[in-house]
Design a protein around this ligand. Sequence first.
Ligand SMILES: Nc1ncnc2c1ncn2[C@@H]1O[C@H](COP(=O)(O)OP(=O)(O)O)[C@@H](O)[C@H]1O
Ligand SMILES: [Mg+2]
Length: 242
Amino acid sequence: MDDNSFAPLFSCENLSLDLGGREILRDINLEIKPGEVLGIIGPNGAGKTSLLEILSGRYTPKTGNVFYKEKNITSMNFHQRARIGIGRTFQTPVVPEDLTVGETFKAVRQAYKPYLTRFDAEYAADLVDFVVDDDVLNTQLKTFNRRKLLFANILMHKPELLLMDEPAAGLINSEIDEIDEILRMLSKEMNIAVMIVEHRIELLDTIADRVVVMDAGEVIAKGSLNEIIHSPEVRAAYFETV
Ligand SMILES: Nc1ncnc2c1ncn2[C@@H]1O[C@H](COP(=O)(O)OP(=O)(O)O)[C@@H](O)[C@H]1O
Ligand SMILES: [Mg+2]
């Protein structure tokens, strides 16, 4: 069976967005299959984060629709989307300042109905190899463990789709390799679809099944990393400006 015969898990069509009277996104169409890793690249200011804001339900688009499991979810907010299996991580890993690691897991468990158990928390921490004692203050964590803490808390909800905004930001190479390994395991072994926003194209090399290139609020190319690297349009818009 041809790969394209699988229905997408998640897609958007004709998305556009204006902010402060400026057009930020225009006519964005994309889709992701179960277990697929889709890279979204583009220079700073291309509109990648704004796109994730719409896809995760934090911004309302001017036009267009978002679909999850063939259902139109455009009017659902962030929390409703989280509940049906869409997890989102942010460019900056902001942890609750006055909580310990253990209190953070507990607060997230109890925000979920029905409550998640300690086993759910341990399972999620294991998935990302987060090994920090419960009584450590969040503010004592370095960037890598902040990212892992937030990531584990999202994985507790057993998402089927992850929307990740520059998960490698602020990490050193060995940490990026570890994150890539975790993402590969989540996609290939647990069939979780992962959409990764990244501005450094080389970081998608070992991880993305397929890549979408954005520039100035538009999708300018889609394909394998190899295809897009050799696209004249992408070279002109992306590499020459970085
Ligand atoms: N709240 C906002 N109000 C007005 N303009 C914004 C706002 N947020 C982002 N922008 C603008 O939208 C464009 C895309 O930004 P962003 O989505 O953050 O891009 P990227 O994540 O690709 O770097 C930029 O020109 C940015 O200045
Ligand atoms: Mg961004």
